[in-house]
Design a protein around this ligand. Sequence first.
Ligand code: NAD
Ligand code: DAU
Length: 342
Amino acid sequence: MKLIVTGGAGFIGSNFIRLLLEKPDDHLKLLNLDKLTYAGNLDNLTDVSEDSRYTFVKGDIADILEMRKIFEQFEPDALINFAAESHVDRSIEDAAPFIRANIQGTQVLLDCAMAFGTKRFLQISTDEVYGSLSESDPAFTEKNPVVPNSPYAASKASADHLVLAYHHTYDMDVVVTRCSNNYGPYQFPEKLIPLMIHNALTDKPLPVYGDGRNIRDWIYVKDHCTALHEVLVRGEAGRVYNIGGDQEFRNIEVVKAILSIVGKPESLIKFVKDRPGHDFRYAMDNSRITGELGWEPSVTFEEGLEQTISWYLSKKDWVKKVISGEYREYFDRMYGDRLSAN
Ligand code: NAD
Ligand code: DAU
């Protein structure tokens, strides 16, 4: 199978590429197509970059001319679209890059897939498209309405609607997956878990938004990737599949667990100004994917967090490199006032 993976130099995409290349499949030809934004990093894939089945090409999914050339040359059988602007806080600062990458980029890929006869299109989406739950609400099912709250979530919801509309209108073979919060190796330290690990290890304050009672459902990235492989191979065209880790925790519990594993004091925690429009809770009902495809998450939060912290401890050079340059400016912009306020 000839497969294009967009956004393969990012966190989940690079974990997915590694999972595929670990399988002894001589018929696989995999093209990693990535713009290498601040979040894209080829160092995430140095261990697999020499594999003869793997190629990298730098490109912007929202650029139709570039994309047409790539599709023409590679003639993919399938495409899996991870490429996106992915951080909620950045979307609150400036929605424009989110509209371009997440909506226009998806539309360009759909048009190319249709024009060049790509047989399967897998869109990687998020639980955030369903909006927010209260403490007592049942978990999101695929039948929940799509009511996104942040500019990021709205851009992902628009992309989902486009993908499903191409199935309805043109009978394209598309599948959409919506997953909960991922954590694990190679996650950029702007997201809660890697940011808190990094700050704890370097004795910096741990900025917890609001009162820290917000709830997320955490899934170890490798479990997400095995689910995606099942959906890519066996998912039903036109269908949406929820993917979650069945591991709900309050943010403050997550932060305290990290401090406890790395042996640092809770006095490092600093409650800071809340995220505007902060969704209270996400939780996923996995019964469709478990019932229809037999997939289940295999890593508990405790195990996954231990493994993630060990990984960050063993990859200090990787962290050092990704937090140079743009990251420092971002951190000052996002946390400067918050951390200096009382
Ligand atoms: P990430 O930010 O780590 O990686 C995104 C990748 O996309 C980067 O390599 C970046 O260079 C690339 N990219 C961005 N714009 C591009 C463009 N215009 N053209 C080509 N490449 C571009 O993100 P992630 O956390 O790995 O998330 C991957 C996907 O999974 C996203 O679509 C995200 O919405 C979705 N998702 C993420 C989570 C999570 O918890 N991280 C959960 C559910 C769904
Ligand atoms: O739910 C899936 C989504 O999970 C993905 O679609 C997104 O791409 C991904 O970024 C993530 O979104 P969240 O906003 O849930 O993740 P984040 O790591 O930014 O924040 C997790 C929780 O922690 C959230 O309630 C906000 C809080 N938080 C976050 C940061 C960065 C803090 O309290 N302090 C922080 O410094």
